[in-house]
Design a protein around this ligand. Structure first.
Ligand code: UDP
Ligand code: MG
Length: 141
């Protein structure tokens, strides 16, 4: 299997920010060897969240998910490195807290299906789409 240098989009969700776990979570990605390509802190609008989670618009959990995600500040990051898409998802752990292995972020810190601390893109194509959503129209610094 070829090693692919990739970018992926991570969101540290409002539950993790409120619990003071931002440093702990970023540290886990950094310890693995991924690097931060871009990062910002914001309280997301319903509009940007609906676009980000458009694949789930018809799911019964959609409204609850969007309300939760807009309930506070999040940290949005582009992480870069070898096989970054899959590596981030393995560090995050399974979506459901019952299936998330001990040692993963969700396995260590989550006991709720919605409030599960982190988002990671599920493919390189979705990573590109999500990075465009969250980091377009950046000011020229
Ligand atoms: N989610 C939920 N209820 C469910 C499934 C998912 O509230 O039954 C939330 C959860 O926060 C999850 C997000 O919706 O992280 C997106 O779901 P997805 O299946 O894409 O999981 P992920 O890619 O985040 O592991
Ligand atoms: Mg997903």
């Amino acid at each position: 299997m070829d090693r692919l240098y990739q970018q992926t989009l991570v969101i540290i969700k409002p539950d993790a920010v409120k619990r003071g776990l931002v440093g702990e979570i970023i540290g886990r990605y950094e310890q693995k060897g991924l690097t931060i390509g871009n990062m910002k802190c914001l309280k997301p609008s319903l509009e940007i969240l609906s676009e980000h989670y458009s694949e789930h618009v018809n799911q019964p959990f959609f409204k609850k998910l969007i309300e939760f995600m807009s309930s506070g500040e999040v940290v949005v990051m582009v992480l870069e490195g070898v096989d970054a898409v899959d590596v981030v998802r393995s560090i995050n752990g399974a979506t459901h807290y019952k299936n998330a292995l001990p040692g993963t972020i969700r396995g260590t810190f989550a006991l709720d299906i919605t409030e599960n601390l982190v988002h990671g893109s599920d493919s390189s194509i979705n990573a590109k789409r999500e990075i465009e959503i969250w980091f377009r129209s950046e000011a020229i610094l």
